[in-house]
Design a protein around this ligand. Sequence first.
Ligand code: NAD
Length: 495
Amino acid sequence: MSIVEHWISGASASGTSTRTAPVYNPAKGEVAREVRLATSGDVDAAVQAAKAAFPAWSGASWAKRQQVLFAFREILNARKEEVAAILTNEHGKVTSDALGEIARGLEVVEFATGIPHLAKGEYSENVSTGVDVYSIHQALGVVGIISPFNFPAMVPLWFFPIALAVGNTVVLKPSEKDPSASLWMAAALKEAGLPDGVFNVVHGDKESVDALLGHPDVASISFVGSTPIAKYIYETASKNGKRVQALGGAKNHMLVLPDADLDLVADSAVNAGFGSAGERCMAISVVVAVEPVADELIAKIQDRMTGLRVGDGLRGCDMGPLITKEHRDKVASYIDIATTDGATVVVDGRGIEVDGEANGFWLGPTLIDKVPTDSKVYTEEIFGPVLSIVRVASYKEGLDLINASKYGNGTAIFTNDGGAARRFQNEVQVGMVGINVPIPVPVGYFSFGGWKDSLFGDTKAYGPDAIHFFTRQKAITSRWLDPSHGGINLGFPQN
Ligand code: NAD
């Protein structure tokens, strides 16, 4: 069985570990390959490679770094089908969705190619007589990126193009569940002209993550994953003196006002609830229906669900499998919890017909009505194709429900009332808001991130926040000697 290896100093590296983990093809339900799990020594080797590469890369001209990123953009764009096939193979998402993931990642690469303009400092002439002040943005050093299974290409792409563009060197620790896309990108960066050691990949589990969090030569950590791990990463890396951004889990609500276009709502709920089998941090998992629309809306959602084809992502299906058997079983267990807690299971996704092999990690789209808000179905992040309906009597009741959630990643309101939408965008305690848009992932030149337990740290991913996160600002006060100005003065200059 083949083994997915690390990538250190521009080449494949086995490291010192004998530990491996299985990588599945979730549509077949079988182990496709193994992945190496790094020791702390392997992580150190990657960090040392990145550290050694830092002086030359951070000292290279902006133009040189832009050339590499432009070339990488061209390679990724021209060969995106190759990457999509890797994503479908290891994650299970259908081909069209895999291509969508790459398109969103490409946006960040394109944004990074314009970095020189965005990372410019400021200059003030003559702040005091003959004295000028200006600021420059400098790279941090070696930056660590730890990514989740659900976007094996896009989430690393949220961070490393900008980290590299401003002169950092990178150690990426991707999810061990679908590690191969990161290696494709590492090889493509090399082909694009990136010097060896500037971008490194180590595969692993908690041991490798802890090694990165505690390494004295790692300047920052960018993490994306579940909330408990995000909190742990934030606390540990902060305690170790690192700059940290740790994006966590989500429970995204869609508030439907009675005046909304219910056909648009039903389309959006199905797309955002079941796309990528619900394994998206911006998936809609709760539809909050302001009565009297619930019955009519549920009928429309159910009608659309009957047409969905679940199966192997390579066969043109609408929805693929879940990532592992354990995760599928956990997601399915919420259907029993719903029944026990008094909810109504409208569509049960267990045991559906699939266009794929029998052992795949399948669970069909599931719709649950009248979910009690103290049920785990409502309070926990399910991260699968399970859409809940909660019925409320008013806008205010719906808003209060959303604001009481411990998560604050994404939300959406569906209405034809501009005033209500405007009020919602102001009053809702969530980081990314859609108005008649179900998955409001900001485009690459804005920044991505939630509030509350969906983001630990104060800077978001990509966009302008990323330039701030991946650089340190230095302010310089300069005076070039003028014989008419000088002399002893122990106070601050005043003119
Ligand atoms: P996860 O938290 O299990 O894993 C994320 C990363 O942390 C992986 O690289 C994993 O190897 C590592 N990890 C796992 N357990 C660890 C431990 N005990 N100590 C140290 N490191 C550990 O998340 P996942 O299951 O891969 O991804 C799904 C989660 O990610 C969901 O909760 C989802 O909402 C979240 N997510 C959030 C965003 C966002 O932008 N907020 C985006 C994508 C995914």
